[in-house]
Write a protein that binds this ligand. Structure first.
Ligand code: SF4
Length: 361
């Protein structure tokens, strides 16, 4: 398809801007699809500044597909700890195994093969094949939605099927197919640094002459979203139980957040509950039946932890017991100094970090 002149000009302007403004990031120095893949998945979790440490740590321990594929899942999760969305780490691990089994250990270069790997969607597949092999697949992430919706004043909601389709087509039209990789990186970086969500500096923008939102003074109206994500509150009460240098953990099951991660015994209530109310629950009575006198302390106030569809209001209680109750036998007993060896949800990690000093008492 012939490329429209105006779009080619836009693409070239983005490329020029990119040349002088791009950040020096370690994965940009690499043309290894494995490295690009890991960086993209990490960047879906966190901002660049925070993601850098995780990237170095992860790729140092798992420098290639083979090392990741042969690792134990627990270790992969441990290296992911702090990033949240552990399902992504699990998918990385599963995809690495598939690359070993189905592609002889060589990262596939065909878009459809990359897309077939677990945890890799259209965005990541397009990023990998365009960055590494310059294949003409447009990337469409939050930055791209924002930039394109403003440049072309497209008011189709981005969180609808038709919106995604329209923006993917538009991204393909704007992209210079001969420089697909650089173009994709340019537009994403432009969205991250120049055309930012709040108060972009449009006066300093090299694309302002061709920006329809700027011309109509409607920059802040774009992109349009149909729905605000509904979130549901949950009330978690963790019991950090201590008896002679040991504590108890359990491993989370399927069909809920944090599958396979370790946590303290947890009581979840339907409504907010203070400690007096918690003590009245059947779950609490069962857990501590036969544990003798409880010495309870609250080391830090409630932690509010926001996930994509849930807000977790979480209390942590440190409970010293006199005897091991029967109920605790169904949990994993571990010396509390060894908790760090277990992959725990970020929320529990935050608590442990705050406790820090207390752990080594
Ligand atoms: S003029 Fe403003 S809204 Fe338009 S592309 Fe530039 S920074 Fe974004």
């Amino acid at each position: 398809m012939s490329h429209l002149k105006k779009e080619l000009k836009t693409s070239n302007m983005l490329l020029d801007w990119y040349k002088t403004n791009k950040r020096a990031l370690p994965w940009r120095e690499s043309s290894d699809p494995y490295i690009i893949w890991i960086s993209e998945i990490i960047l879906q979790q966190t901002r660049v500044a925070q993601g850098m440490d995780y990237f170095y740590r992860f790729t140092e321990r798992f420098p290639d597909v083979a090392s990741l594929a042969s690792a134990e899942e627990d270790e992969v999760l441990k290296y992911w700890q702090g990033l949240g969305y552990y399902s992504r780490a699990r998918n990385l691990h599963a995809a690495a195994k598939s690359i070993m089994d189905k592609f002889g250990g060589v990262f596939p270069s065909e878009y459809k093969d990359v897309l077939s790997l677990k945890g890799i969607g259209e965005y990541t597949a397009a990023a990998i094949v365009s960055f590494v092999w310059n294949k003409p697949y447009p990337v469409v992430d939050g930055n791209v939605f924002r930039v394109l919706s403003r440049l072309y004043a497209v008011d189709t909601p981005i969180d609808t099927t038709s919106g995604k389709k329209q923006f993917t087509e538009l991204a393909g039209i704007v992209m210079n197919p001969e420089k697909a990789g650089a173009h994709n990186q340019a537009v994403m970086e432009f969205g991250a640094l120049q055309c930012v969500p709040q108060n972009p500096d449009c006066e300093a923008c090299p694309l302002k002459e061709c920006c329809m939102a700027y011309a109509s003074h409607t920059v802040q109206s774009f992109p349009v979203k149909q729905n605000k994500t509904k979130t549901r509150p949950r009330y978690f009460h963790y019991l950090y139980i201590i008896y002679k240098g040991q504590t108890w953990l359990s491993r989370r099951g399927k069909k809920d957040i944090w599958e396979g991660l370790y946590e303290f015994p947890l009581i979840e209530t339907e409504q907010p509950a203070d400690f007096a109310a918690l003590q009245e629950t059947d779950a609490f009575r069962h857990l501590f039946d036969g544990a003798g006198k409880l010495n309870v302390s609250v080391d830090i106030p409630e932690i509010k932890h926001v996930l994509s569809h849930q807000v977790l209001h979480t209390a942590f209680y440190r409970v010293e017991i006199e005897k091991i109750s029967d109920a605790l036998n169904s949990y994993l007993a571990v010396p509390y100094k060894d908790i760090e060896r277990y992959a725990v949800p970020r929320l529990v990690h935050i608590y442990l970090e705050k406790l820090n000093g207390n752990l080594s008492e």
